[in-house]
Ligand binder design. Structure first.
Ligand SMILES: *Cc1c(COP(=O)(O)O)cnc(C)c1O
Length: 414
């Protein structure tokens, strides 16, 4: 029998990878925080499958919810029909965000959630353009790419995507004080033209650089944007569900201090089991879109998939029923102590931790062909990109799981 990797190389694409050569590992089992590879090796998960599997793999509460829904029905169209999994999940989501966010649109993925948010904003305001910041990442579909940093991975699509207006990266950094002038670019851009909305990842810029900025910037941005009559869209697809130490990234700004008109969720929404995004909006946005008999022009075939809704409800409830804040604080402390030896390594420019996110930034882009197999040899599943070697472990990780991941990172870079 030919191995999975060899057969894969003949027929498959992978995310952000050449179809020809990049290191690849077959997985035959995933349980808890352990991935078992085809060759029998077991590695400790440091990625939560890209922010998503916050409860680890095969959590009984999630598997039970999925199986129970399979025994009822796996899917029905959402046009003209509704079902308990969708209603219950929407009720749960609106109960854990700012009370101004009252209405939920279920999308197929994070990128589609961003498309939906942009379309809602265009329909609500009648304006076509968006304002955003450098260093952002909002997904891979055309609209989402248009608000993703054009010098990042999507530079080659210039001309294909709509040109939006980009502010410099948010500043100052998380722990620094906002200085006079830090919001001048925002004020200037808003004075020059009318925007449908600003779109931004609250506090943590994820795939655009794993960088965290000051809550005061977020507060100031929201205030200025509102004063100019544009909407505020928060992309909490990566930052949501406790990852940053608060339930939402926006909560770092203080209760009710930075609230969007439209909120995008995804990734950890289903605990890493099924693809789904959600877009929450205010009554005002919904009323503006639906004024004069208007309808919102979006409707995926698999909208509000019952399996995804059922398992999302189980995942969110499981999170809320535990001391997630204590757990994330514990993980944060372990990442800080486990990664701090990397500060002294040659080639390392920064080590930073926020919530359950740990980042080692290198001076030069890493050589994945070398570093990826080395990390696996050291016993951890960590997927670096560019100059960033980073981890956002599942919340169920024990101290020894966390030590396995941070130890593997430090040893691999030594
Ligand atoms: C991952 C991500 C997306 C895109 O989500 P997909 O499910 O991959 O389409 C959008 N915004 C942010 C902030 C993300 O981290």
């Amino acid at each position: 029998m030919t191995g999975l990797v060899e057969r894969d190389h003949r027929v498959l694409w992978h995310p952000y990878a050449s179809s020809v050569a990049s290191p690849l590992f077959g997985v035959v089992d995933a349980c808890g925080v352990t991935l078992t590879l085809e060759d029998g090796r077991r590695v400790t998960d440091g990625m939560s499958s890209w922010w998503a599997a916050i409860h680890g793999y095969r959590h009984p509460a999630l598997d039970t919810a999925l199986k129970a829904q399979v025994d009822r029905f796996a899917h029905v169209m959402f046009g003209g029909l509704t079902h308990a999994p969708a209603v219950e999940l929407a009720e749960l989501l609106v109960s854990i965000v700012d009370p101004s966010l009252t209405r939920v649109f279920f999308a197929d993925s994070g990128s589609v959630a961003v498309e939906v948010a942009l379309k809602l904003a265009v329909q609500a305001t009648g304006r076509p353009r968006f304002l955003t910041v450098r260093g952002g990442y909002h997904g891979d579909t055309a609209g989402a790419m248009s608000v993703t940093d054009p010098d990042g991975m999507h530079g080659m699509f210039r001309g294909h995507v709509v040109e939006q207006v980009f502010l410099p990266r948010p500043r100052p950094l998380y722990d620094e004080a906002l200085a006079d002038g830090d919001l001048d670019d925002v004020a200037k851009a808003l004075a020059q033209q009318d925007f449908a909305a600003v779109i931004i990842e609250p506090i943590v810029q994820g795939a655009g650089g794993m960088r965290w900025y000051s809550p005061a910037y977020l507060r100031g941005l929201v205030e200025l944007v509102r004063a100019h009559g544009a909407l505020v869209v928060f992309d909490e697809i990566a930052t949501g569900f406790g990852r940053t130490g608060e339930l939402w990234g926006m909560d770092h700004a203080g209760p009710g201090a930075a609230v969007p008109d439209i909120l995008c969720l995804g990734k950890a929404l289903t605990g890493g089991t099924m693809t789904m995004g959600a877009v929450l909006c205010s009554d005002e946005v919904a009323e503006r879109v639906c004024a004069d008999g208007g309808t919102f022009m979006h409707g995926p075939t698999f909208m509000a998939n019952p399996l995804a809704c059922a398992v999302a409800k189980a995942s969110v409830q499981l999170l809320l029923d535990q001391d997630w804040r204590g757990t994330v604080a514990r993980i944060s402390a372990s990442l800080e102590s486990g990664l701090s030896p990397a500060r002294d390594l040659p080639g390392v420019s920064d080590v930073r931790v926020l919530g359950a996110i740990g980042v080692v930034e290198l001076e030069q882009p890493c050589d994945m062909a070398v570093l990826q197999p080395r990390l696996v040899d050291e016993g951890a599943w960590v997927r670096p990109f560019g100059r960033l070697v980073y981890t956002m472990p599942p919340y169920i990780s024990t101290e020894s799981d966390l030590a396995a991941v941070t130890g593997a990172i430090v040893r691999s870079l030594s």
